[in-house]
Design a protein around this ligand. Sequence first.
Ligand code: AHR
Length: 660
Amino acid sequence: MNIKKLVPLGLIVVLTLNANAQKSLPITINADKVTAQVKPTMWGVFFEDINLGADGGLYAELIKNRSFEFTAPLMGWTVKGKKVTEGDVLVLNRQQMQATNPRYLRVNVKSATDKADVTLTNEGFRGIGIKKGLRYDFSMMYRQPETGIKMHVVLQDDKGSTVGETVLVPTQTGAEWQKQSVSFTANRTIQKGKFQIWFEGKGVIDLDMISLFPGDTWKKRPAGLRADMVQMLADMKPGFVRFPGGCIVEGRDLATRYQWKKTIGPIEDRELTINRWNTEFKHRQTSDYFQTFGLGFFEYFQMAEDIGAEALPILNCGMACQFNTAEVVPLEELGPYVQDALDLVEFANGDVTTTWGKKRAEMGHPAPFNLKMMGVGNENWGPQYLERLAIFTKALKDKYPQIKLINSSGTDPNGARFDLLNSAHRKANADLIDEHYYRAPEWFFNNATRYDSYDKNGPKIFAGEYAAQSKEIASPINQNNWKTAIAEAAFMTGLERNADVVNMASYAPLFAHTDGWQWTPDMIWVDNQQVYGTPNYYVQKMYSLYKGTNVVDIKLGNKIIAGQDSLYASAVVDHKTNELIIKIVNASNKPQMHDVQVRSSKKLPVTGIMTSISSDLAAVNSFEKSTNVIPKDERVSIKGKSIPLTLKPYSFNIVRLSLR
Ligand code: AHR
């Protein structure tokens, strides 16, 4: 093989299949030949409150239905006791006074002395995860005409034995609502515990916002997020966080659409809404799934900032989910929806003297969040979407021309709906088009070249939701197995190779609770105590950590590598770390030996690092075996201009070497 003849200049990596040496064409990488820039936003995360993603998941509140606003006001609660008689515990509704949080509980305690007299028990979301030695912060809103009641606040195991407890004596009296808090420590670890208040003394007390948070929230923020879940995202160093979804943006009807203004400000004023996934799937009904918005838009912006990611909010465009009611707002009534979008830019970026910037400052963040982009509509389609999008676009571009707008191309990556939107967005010179693909692994392998033929001067692509489905879309028996993950890894070489077209990408959905999911597959699984990454998580993480800054040319013979010999490959250099980063998928069931020869204008080291995942295709991770399919590092030697590589069967490999 005469390498000089093939590519005379620059860094050249030649990979030869030793097993099949005569037949194989050379693989060459020209690291001096930059073909595209990789945007810092390239690999991000898609968050939606699905599968108990927020309430019962990322939002660390442990009390379910803390403000009695679920459709059934006492869902999650049990009222019991020897001294509880008819009318002693009432749900009151002050709709006229406080429409956003109308219900509260009135408890009439008639001389209680024992823990069996008057009790309120909360079951948590799927039980309460309790950790030995951890502090728990209890708080409540209350009012009482006079003192006389003592409250025993208790964490229990599933049999009712105490795991931690304290006493709170409400001290304030009068008609005004007060907040009082107390903390205590748990003495055992329990997977599915519960929470109880038992009353002592005598009197009448009104209760609302009965709340319990663990002391180990993300950044130790009071009433914050689950640290282990945020950490999984932080570890990926994602370029952006898309929120709050997903179909949840649309709502099943317009009344239950996501309205960001209702998710900011004092927690007790954030109006609860039913979660659209509550009733979506007959086979996975989740009757206790609501949105309290304790994780609201401020918290989303803050989390994105914490983990160094750009915030990407997606807003309702005046259309409810077209799979459900398909309600649309008349065009002449779209004004408030558009105003919400304009106000969101002010909330995120406005000076503290502006109406919405002031609200952000009051919540503790006077500095702007520096919002740069926004999605108009989620998976909406049809001419009705285009009409509404045009109105949003005009208003947003007139006032905020620097904000990039993301346009929907519907639910599928092809077909009449896609074609209509795709051509309309191209004609309108859209900033970014959001494409979604929930498809079989084979589709991902076959579409690794999807973007090679896209117009490089046209709108950019946001691969906003994708996941290989082991069975079929949203099937309850989908698995996050290695076959799905390696298919995504292969496909992603095509996203990376075309980083001048594809500027952003995110797997979806992100989180699922093992006892409360509606949709599979999902990238990260949690229970009340633990979290684990699927093989798909590790593929996403590897791409994101080693995204590089510039795409460089990689070829098999004179062709891009997208399926020949079951290989898929892309390569980048990182101008910040001075590395060459080669991503290679071996999707065959045989090892492939490659002799890699390198020439460069820069000097090569004597060793590099190869991070690889390889497994059988059916392999999955689980709580018990969370490290079954994970990346492993090994050192590879570079002999002059040669790197001998062994690519294991069904493997995804990233080779990194320093360029000096
Ligand atoms: O990711 C799950 C759902 O799939 C999203 O809510 C929706 O946008 C898509 O159909």
